[in-house]
Design a protein around this ligand. Sequence first.
Ligand SMILES: Nc1ncnc2c1ncn2[C@@H]1O[C@H](COP(=O)(O)OP(=O)(O)O)[C@@H](O)[C@H]1O
Ligand SMILES: O=C(O)C1=C[C@@H](OP(=O)(O)O)[C@@H](O)[C@H](O)C1
Ligand SMILES: [Mg+2]
Length: 189
Amino acid sequence: MPLRNLVITGFVGTGKTTVARILARRLGRPFLDFDEEIARRAGRSIPEIFDQDGEAAFRAMEAALCREWSTPRGWVLATGGGTCLHPANRAALAAGGHLFFLYADLNEVARRLADATDRPLLRLRPGETLLERLQALWNAREAAYRAIPHWVDTTGRSPEAVAEEILQRLHELERTDDDDPHRGPDPTL
Ligand SMILES: Nc1ncnc2c1ncn2[C@@H]1O[C@H](COP(=O)(O)OP(=O)(O)O)[C@@H](O)[C@H]1O
Ligand SMILES: O=C(O)C1=C[C@@H](OP(=O)(O)O)[C@@H](O)[C@H](O)C1
Ligand SMILES: [Mg+2]
């Protein structure tokens, strides 16, 4: 039986791509970033896909990837920030892997993404600040995110420290094989 995948999901700008890359290197396992794969298949950037085909077309490509990754293959996967909002995507990825959900204080996310231009959902409306945009996105998504297990707080921590925590928690999960895909986040959060 192949190893389960290690799926790094979470809110936008919390370090999914960065941390998953570190984890793949540390574990010596292959790595795939969903956004990079979608852009590669489309031959276009994520903003171009959103602008030319619409968000629904992007979400359909994301859902297809989730279906492809519903079996254990031992890879490290970084999803996009919206991938696991959809219950079917979440269930598919959880069937083949362990999910970890990265989050951070939104002020810190805003600092990390201050210069980023590659996230169409963070385009600001007139007079809107990045923090306000992030807060609106978080408010709209929080209930769906709470269905994802294994939350990891990245606030004030380096990507290496976040990866280290995930490695330790992963080893514990693999040791006990006690990973219920339907379990919510730590109730103390
Ligand atoms: N733990 C962290 N502390 C500070 N900056 C971080 C951290 N993790 C990621 N970053 C930075 O934040 C930005 C977004 O990271 P990225 O990995 O693209 O996040 P995501 O894939 O979740 O959107 C990048 O500039 C990255 O270097
Ligand atoms: O939160 C979202 O819906 C999105 C997050 C992005 O990924 P990152 O979270 O890696 O930036 C990317 O998939 C797309 O712009 C949509
Ligand atoms: Mg990313």
